[in-house]
Write a protein that binds this ligand. Structure first.
Ligand SMILES: *Cc1c(COP(=O)(O)O)cnc(C)c1O
Length: 361
């Protein structure tokens, strides 16, 4: 071993990104594989967003605005909050890491339900925090059990709504009850990476909870509904004190100039974004119904993916689908998560499931 890395880092499992279509093609000697493994949108950039990126190339020799002033003020207007309540980061994953860096010392606790977003344990290990993992109930965040697991040493609690990988939501009433039960010394991080895809009426605008709960911080992203995953820009909304602590751990110029321009343009085209999201949501309902008709159990999907909780068949099903050119995300012994695509992609998924040899369950 060269140098003296921190033991926490030599022990750190690398974050596993979704497998690419090219890797599946090479492995199985097939062509035309599709990747439904990373919850990406099936569309390229909106024309105005592509234009904003192209014209930004002329300025690429200059550092970006570290504070992302225009994007922050546009977000504040969009969200109807004060500009001091908003910050941006290199994807919302970047912000989640900043929150752990800003708030957690070795030995502090980070609480979450599980299974959930696989980056949380990586960030907890990075700051040498203890993880408290509470099982989901009915594939859904169990907020009363999570509240009961919080101790005076818990600095951060993650609530993922909709949850990844199960796609389920908790209602805003339940989040209010959770906030009322949790001590104000624990930051509640409401990860809303898939907020724009939710159509369950129990979920209402969580930013309205900020006035009464200074320990709430909401994270969202341009990666999913806005389709800008490759550019890396996400945002957080919370109390100005929390926002300023998050800002202290932002790597200088981490949100690059093209990402800022694209995010500003995408926010200005929010109606077009919503139209695209509506097509994904309509396809999601079609796929959900088709799965249930075939005998698959799937909890009500509220993000841009469906979840097949097939437990011990997960690895086998993942491989069977991949051999047919449909790359999904299998969580061994838990389930398989599949991103909603366009109609053709979703039809391929359904056909591959039928031919997988795995009995619907
Ligand atoms: C995709 C995702 C994110 C972060 O995505 P970024 O590209 O970093 O913004 C955060 N949380 C959950 C639950 C996600 O699935």
């Amino acid at each position: 071993m060269t140098g003296r890395p921190r033991p926490a880092i030599t022990d750190l499992p690398a974050y596993k990104p979704g497998r690419s279509a090219a890797a599946a093609e090479a492995d199985h000697g097939i062509r035309d594989a599709i990747k439904l493994a990373s919850n990406e949108l099936p569309f390229g950039p909106l024309p105005t967003v592509a234009g904003a990126i192209s014209s930004g190339i002329e300025q690429i020799h200059l550092y970006a605005d570290h504070g992302a002033g225009q994007l922050r003020s546009d977000l504040a207007r969009f969200l109807d909050v004060d500009v001091a309540q908003v910050t941006v980061g290199a994807g919302s994953a970047g912000i989640l890491q900043q929150i752990c860096l800003s708030y957690c010392s070795p030995g502090d606790e980070i609480a979450m339900c599980w299974p959930s977003f696989e980056a949380y344990p990586v960030f907890a290990l990075l700051v040498e925090a203890e993880q408290i993992r509470v099982p989901l109930r009915d594939e859904t965040f169990d907020l009363s059990a999570l509240a009961a697991a919080i101790t005076p040493a818990t600095k951060v609690a993650f609530v993922t709504n909709p949850n990844n990988p199960t796609g389920t939501v908790v209602g805003t009433d339940e989040i209010v009850a959770f906030l009322d039960a949790v001590p104000s010394t624990c930051l509640v991080v409401l990860d809303e990476a898939y907020n724009e895809f939710v159509d369950d009426p129990r979920v209402t605008d969580s930013t309205r909870l900020l006035d009464d709960h200074s320990n709430l911080v909401i994270t969202r992203t341009f990666s999913k509904a806005h389709g800008l995953a490759g550019l890396r820009v996400g945002y957080a909304v919370g109390h100005p004190d929390v926002i300023s602590m998050i800002d202290r751990t932002l790597v200088p110029f981490a949100v690059n100039a093209l990402a800022q321009r694209a995010a500003v343009a995408s926010l200005a085209a929010v109606d077009e974004m919503r139209e695209r999201v509506a097509t994904v949501v309509a396809e999601r309902a079609r796929v959900r119904d088709a799965l249930r008709t075939r005998g698959w159990t799937t909890p009500d999907p509220q993000a841009n993916f469906v979840w097949l909780p097939v437990t011990d068949a997960a690895a086998e099903l993942g491989v069977a689908l991949e051999r047919q050119g449909v790359v999904t995300r299998a969580f061994p012994d838990v389930g398989v998560r599949v991103t909603i695509s366009d109609t053709a992609g979703n039809d391929r998924l359904l056909a591959a499931l039928d031919a997988s040899g795995v009995t619907p369950r």
